[in-house]
Write a protein that binds this ligand. Structure first.
Ligand SMILES: Cc1cc2nc3c(=O)[nH]c(=O)nc-3n(C[C@H](O)[C@H](O)[C@H](O)COP(=O)(O)OP(=O)(O)OC[C@H]3O[C@@H](n4cnc5c(N)ncnc54)[C@H](O)[C@@H]3O)c2cc1C
Ligand SMILES: NC(=O)c1ccc[n+]([C@@H]2O[C@H](COP(=O)([O-])OP(=O)(O)OC[C@H]3O[C@@H](n4cnc5c(N)ncnc54)[C@H](O)[C@@H]3O)[C@@H](O)[C@H]2O)c1
Length: 474
């Protein structure tokens, strides 16, 4: 039986980082995946959806150009061409996740389903058994299929199938108003599908700062997306190639008809096929329980990425992949810390999230200050005619950044400066003191930080002294 310092189960964002890191530092590593390496992000998540979003943006820009500049733009956008483009993106990025790259690092690569024989031995496809001193579980998550009466018989799409359609549906019901649902809803709408989103909660994007969400709602509505909130799908049926959907809202039921249904109502962890019953690994609703060092209840076995239930993002899985190398390969005792973990929802306008929302900050009991700049106060957005949006930074009384949120074109990029400042303990005032080129979108971040000094000076007695000094000096 082959023996390893580190066995990594799952070759996605988390597992690939952990395996490469371990091998770089001289550990003997085995990397197992039941499919090709790359995981959800590469094949059915971030990469193809962002490619589709960009294609849809081109279509939208063409429509806008036609409206604004009397350009003649005619015809129906070719949905299949968008699919080809996203597959091209996958193929190009896949080269970084090729088997050979990991073999060249000295890693033993296995393709097959991994199961625990015991707490040190892993079976691959029920045949080969390998032994590891330390094991990292990085098996990710998959779409949750909600318990809707008739859904299986009616048929549905998930992020796994919606990206490879041959034919664009004329009408689409999206179940779930989270990031997956909305990114798909807007893209399909821009290509001409009539999209309705049903969301169980009182609002879509329920985890986001409530000041920002209306901008996304307005933008999607103006493009034709319909929202039904505080509602759930209770029943579906297939009648002469049309999907009949019974929706319940305020104790009333009504039926709508769609060509397709996309389920985007959350995720479930891929832990159920690992035969964890042969170990003492504990789970909570299927998510593998870990401590801050990312150890499971069996200390030499770690769990990273979506499967541990914390923040299902690629960059979080990558962060944990690096951390687990420190802990499992070097024997350090580093804790995971998500205080400075940003995320972005790639609707148009984009939505950026870092740290506490205003609601959370107020609930924390701290005395807080909220600094806001609407994008129509930022020259670059004004000259772009892209003024729908808001930048918001939440700080404590001393200017320590607690949260930062923005909605607007490119918010995911122009807000990164705040992540740097927050992570390295720079206060909001420091952002104001950095020279920003004019006119940039990130200039809006500086403008928001300027508000801190403006308020400080206005409320300070030094201001009166300064005014008297200036009078005297003149
Ligand atoms: C539509 C969509 C869009 C997204 N967009 C973004 C985005 O823009 N930005 C962002 O940060 N995140 C995004 N995400 C989330 C992101 O894809 C995940 O957080 C990330 O892929 C998690 O990485 P992971 O390593 O935990 O799991 P994965 O990358 O999913 O990797 C898990 C791997 O484990 C393998 N595996 C599972 N079980 C076994 C087994 N028993 N034996 C062997 N192998 C196994 C799988 O084949 C897979 O390759 C998106 C997700 C979706 C669904
Ligand atoms: N841009 C990004 O970084 C990005 C993009 C896509 C996904 N992701 C990650 O993937 C995770 C999963 O995304 P998601 O959008 O599927 O999940 P989510 O949990 O964020 O949102 C699902 C939504 O569906 C609603 N819902 C659940 N059951 C329902 C039902 N039966 N009827 C109507 N509504 C229902 C929930 O109230 C929720 O608002 C996210 O948490 C996110 O972290 C990230």
């Amino acid at each position: 039986m082959k023996k390893y310092d580190l066995i990594v189960i799952g070759g996605g964002a988390g597992g690939l980082t952990a395996a490469a890191g371990g091998a770089n530092f001289g550990a003997k590593v085995a990397l197992i995946d039941k499919a090709s390496f790359g995981g959800d992000c590469l094949w059915t998540g971030c990469v193809p959806t962002k490619s589709l979003i960009q294609s849809a943006k081109i279509v939208q820009t063409a429509k806008k150009a036609s409206h604004l500049f009397d350009l003649e733009v005619r015809g129906v956008p070719n949905f299949k061409a968008a699919r080809d483009r996203l597959n091209e993106s996958i193929a190009t990025i896949q080269k970084h996740d090729d088997d050979q790259r990991f073999i060249d690092m000295g890693i033993d690569v296995y393709h097959g389903s991994a199961t625990f024989k015991n707490e040190n031995e892993i079976k691959i496809n029920g045949e080969t058994t390998i032994k590891g001193k330390r094991i990292v579980i990085a098996t990710g998550s998959r779409p949750m299929i909600p318990p809707i009466d008739g859904i299986k018989e009616t048929g549905y799409l998930t992020n796994e199938t919606a990206l490879q359609l041959d034919k664009q549906p004329e009408s689409l019901l999206v179940v779930g108003g989270g990031p997956i649902g909305l990114e798909f809803a807007q893209s399909f709408t821009r290509f001409g599908t009539k999209v309705t989103v049903v969301e169980m909660g009182a609002t879509i994007l329920g985890k986001e700062d409530s000041d920002l969400v209306p901008y996304v709602i307005d933008s999607l509505k103006s493009e034709g997306v319909q929202f039904i909130t505080g509602a759930k799908v209770v029943k579906t049926a297939l009648t002469s190639a049309v999907k009949e959907v019974t929706i319940e809202q305020n104790d009333q039921q009504f039926v709508l008809k769609f060509d397709e249904i996309l389920l985007a109502s959350g995720r479930v962890p891929n832990s159920d096929k690992l035969e964890l019953e042969n170990t003492d690994i504990k789970t909570n609703r299927g998510y593998i329980t870990v401590n801050k060092k990312l150890q499971t209840s069996v200390p030499h076995i770690y769990a990273i990425g979506d499967v541990n239930g914390y923040y299902p993002f690629t960059h979080k899985a990558g962060y944990e992949g690096k951390l687990v190398v420190s802990n499992a390969v070097f024997g350090l005792k580093r804790n995971a810390d998500y205080t400075n973990l940003p995320w972005v929802t790639y609707t148009d306008p984009e939505l950026f999230h870092l740290g506490l929302t205003e609601e959370e900050a107020r609930k924390s009991g701290k005395k807080i200050k909220v600094y806001k700049t609407p994008l129509d106060d930022v020259d670059r957005f004004v000259s772009d005619h892209e003024t729908k949006g808001l930048i918001k930074i939440i700080a404590d009384e001393k200017g320590v950044i607690l949260g930062a949120h923005a909605v607007g074109p490119g918010a995911g990029d122009f807000m990164q400066e705040v992540v740097f400042a927050k992570q390295f303990g720079h206060k909001i005032g420091s952002i104001s003191n950095v020279i920003h080129p004019y006119p940039t979108h990130v200039g809006g971040v500086q403008r928001t930080a300027d508000l801190y000094w403006r308020e400080k000076l206005a409320s300070s007695s030094i201001m009166n002294v300064l005014k008297n000094y200036v009078k005297w000096f003149r």
